[in-house]
Design a protein around this ligand. Sequence first.
Ligand SMILES: [Zn+2]
Length: 81
Amino acid sequence: MDKSEIKKGSCPTCKSNNIYSNKNNATRGERSTIAISSFKWFRLDTYVCLNCGYFAEFIKEEDLNNSKTTDKIKQEWDLIR
Ligand SMILES: [Zn+2]
């Protein structure tokens, strides 16, 4: 199962195409960030399957490609080996 299938509009568990995302919404719910430190966070895009209830969250690509944010993770968090 490839979780990222849901980003293309296909549910990885039930294969339905009944997928919705808040990635283009300006207003966001409280689940929509991961705190990295007091002043830095990743914003999340949420995808839900309205058929089976599966959902997945991914860090926004802009944040993943922002070295100020990712450098902070490297400083503050532990690399898992
Ligand atoms: Zn589903």
